[in-house]
Design a protein around this ligand. Structure first.
Ligand code: DX5
Ligand code: ZN
Length: 219
């Protein structure tokens, strides 16, 4: 039996002037993970936050920090995010010359390694990494910004990732990120996703709406 879907609000859509309070609010509203989008203005065309902010926010959360690194080169910063309090660290194969080594490094630091595939990256990219990852993240938008539309062609990739996870016999989470709404959530879950990242659809309407927004994504 599939595990119940977990919801990982992306704090990219939170009120950045009060991030600590926003994290506390989404936890009270039922968030299962805190998704942290790290962007460098180079690997993706936007700049967000670094390890110092992750460290400052960590005491505000009880739930695991799911840190999605959209930075290149990525290797020099893995340890800083691990020290800052990341629980899972997810990297793009394009973000460094040796993704296998990067995942080994994350594991060696006692963190959960994840690999993330852009819409243009084929599913085969995970084939030689299955023994190393605790999470596969399928992007359903091109990374860089919140508020974009779900790319439906990625549903097939979610299905293909689910098949590979089943075959591997390992306990690997299958996460989907980008354009997740109550409608697209249903399709992602049907395709095999068990963790949904959502920014816009969790944070819309302010704190009093967060619980209902999260519940609406559970399918
Ligand atoms: C995009 C980020 C996503 C994004 C999701 O680069 O990785 O996590 O914030 O935002 P929504 O849910 O608004 O598409
Ligand atoms: Zn993300």
């Amino acid at each position: 039996m599939a595990a119940p879907v977990r919801i990982a609000p992306s704090i990219l859509s939170a009120d950045f002037s009060r991030l600590g309070a926003e994290i506390e609010a989404i936890e009270r509203a039922g968030a299962d993970l805190i998704h942290v989008d790290v962007m460098d203005g180079h690997f993706v065309p936007n700049i967000t936050i670094g390890p110092a902010v992750v460290k400052a926010l960590r005491p505000h959360a009880k739930k695991p920090f799911d840190v999605h690194l959209m930075i290149s080169p990525v290797d020099p910063y893995i340890e800083a995010f691990a020290d800052a309090g990341a629980d899972g660290i997810t990297v793009h194969p394009e973000a460094g010359p040796h993704v296998h080594r990067t995942l080994q490094l994350i594991r060696s630091l006692g963190k959960k390694p994840g690999v993330v595939l852009n819409p243009g990256t084929p599913i085969d990219a995970v084939d030689n990494l299955m023994d190393l990852v605790d999470l596969i993240l399928i992007m359903t938008v091109n990374p860089g910004f919140g508020g974009q539309s779900f790319i439906f062609s990625q549903l097939k990739k979610i299905e293909a990732a689910r098949e590979r996870i089943s075959k591997s016999g390992r306990n690997i989470a299958l996460e989907v990120d980008g354009g997740v709404t109550p409608e697209t959530a249903k399709q992602a879950i049907a395709a095999g996703a068990d963790v949904l990242v959502a920014g816009t659809s969790v944070f819309k309407g302010g704190p009093s709406a967060y619980a209902a927004n999260i519940q609406a994504l559970r399918g």
